[in-house]
Write a protein that binds this ligand. Structure first.
Ligand SMILES: C[S@@+](CC[C@H](N)C(=O)[O-])C[C@H]1O[C@@H](n2cnc3c(N)ncnc32)[C@H](O)[C@@H]1O
Length: 332
């Protein structure tokens, strides 16, 4: 974590001032430190360069974490399947099995091999039109960042797909964030060779209760981050509190119709973020001015079930083939 960032950070729980004790600094990077809240005394450790600002042990359960927790169950209970996942030639594997092979490799700290498997899986999982649309949204955000002030916070960085595109060209300091410190440890290892310019910080926090002081984030971006936050509650009000400039959120919207997609959207309490009209209303109610940019309609198919891992699936949505709208929401 870059030391210049600490001036923007407060206790995510009570917003008290943080008192820092540094154990290891390398140049402008904080590798090991503890930050304690002067008011409520909560302790926030920075370990191996990843600052953890989590207010409770209860990590948010999103669709991604659900996929990750399937792996934990499998490693514990089905070692034979794990062996098959790791030993079957990649060319003979279905994209879902390949993706889970990547997660198993990640869980063993074999991040490069894990990424190779995950990248090949994603190639097979989505159509060329979907890939082109994703690329177009990321290019839109990349161009939009030109000349904007930093740091730029990437919300819910996950596998770091957006950071991969931004890091080689960004002139701003980038901040990767995710509710999972484990995800950020992997990202740090995989992204360090891509860092150019003013560098990369990594902060673990729940997007619904961030460690940023009021209006201390000049620019925020996210690639499918908002809709991966299950039970978002006051998420947008929290983002309105901290963002002083622009928020560019790459988003996918579903048609508002009853059926199995709607059931899943309801189950994860994502109605306000996965339907365009409701999302725009929610942004406005939170105090943002918001508009839709770079909109494109693309056919989305359900991701396949695993063959080795029968019943396993990477994406919960769509449940049925659906024309979805991709866009970048620009809010400020
Ligand atoms: C699928 S990823 C989004 C893709 C990612 N932005 C990228 O560029 O590759 C979703 C991420 O959201 C994170 N997440 C879920 N709930 C969260 C929360 N409440 N706060 C912050 N991150 C959260 C998950 O841990 C997961 O890594």
């Amino acid at each position: 974590m870059r030391d210049s960032l600490i001036h923007s950070l407060v206790c995510p729980y009570c917003r008290g001032q943080l008192v820092w004790e540094f154990e290891l600094r390398v140049g402008t990077e904080i590798e090991e430190a503890d930050a304690r809240c002067r008011s409520c005394e909560a302790l926030y450790p920075t370990r191996k360069g990843v600052g953890a600002f989590l207010t409770s042990k209860e990590t948010a359960k999103d669709m991604w974490e659900v996929a990750d927790s399937q792996i934990e169950g499998l490693v514990m209970n089905e070692p034979k399947k794990i062996k098959r996942l790791l030993e079957t030639p990649m060319a003979a594997m279905n994209p879902t099995d390949l993706f889970f092979r990547g997660l198993v490799l990640d869980s063993q700290g074999r991040y490069r091999e894990g990424k190779e498997a995950r990248d090949r899986a994603l190639e097979g999982m989505y159509s060329p039109e979907q890939h082109a649309c994703i690329r177009s949204q990321m290019d839109f955000v990349r161009k939009r960042l030109a000349g904007r002030p930093g740091p730029v916070v990437d919300l819910a960085s996950g596998m770091g797909a957006l950071l991969e595109v931004l890091l080689p060209v960004a002139t701003q300091h980038l901040v990767a964030s995710d509710v999972s410190p484990r995800v950020l440890t992997r990202d740090r290892s995989l992204l360090k060779d891509r860092v150019q310019g003013p560098g990369l910080s990594l902060l673990a926090f729940d997007a619904r209760r961030t460690p940023f002081a009021d209006r201390s984030v000049p620019t925020m971006v996210s690639y499918l981050g908002l809709a991966n936050i299950q039970d978002p509650g006051d998420l947008l009000r929290e983002l309105r509190r901290i963002v002083s400039g622009e928020l560019c959120a790459i988003s996918v919207f579903y048609p508002k119709e009853e059926g199995s997609n709607a059931d899943t959207i309801r189950q994860f309490k994502l109605e306000r973020l996965l339907y365009c009209e409701s999302a725009l209303r929610s942004f406005r109610e939170a105090g943002f001015e918001v508009r839709v940019e770079n909109a494109q309609t693309v056919l989305a198919r359900p991701t396949p079930e695993g063959v080795i891992l029968k019943g396993a699936q990477t994406d919960r949505l769509p449940v049925v083939e659906t024309q979805v709208e991709w866009c970048t929401l620009v809010a400020g």
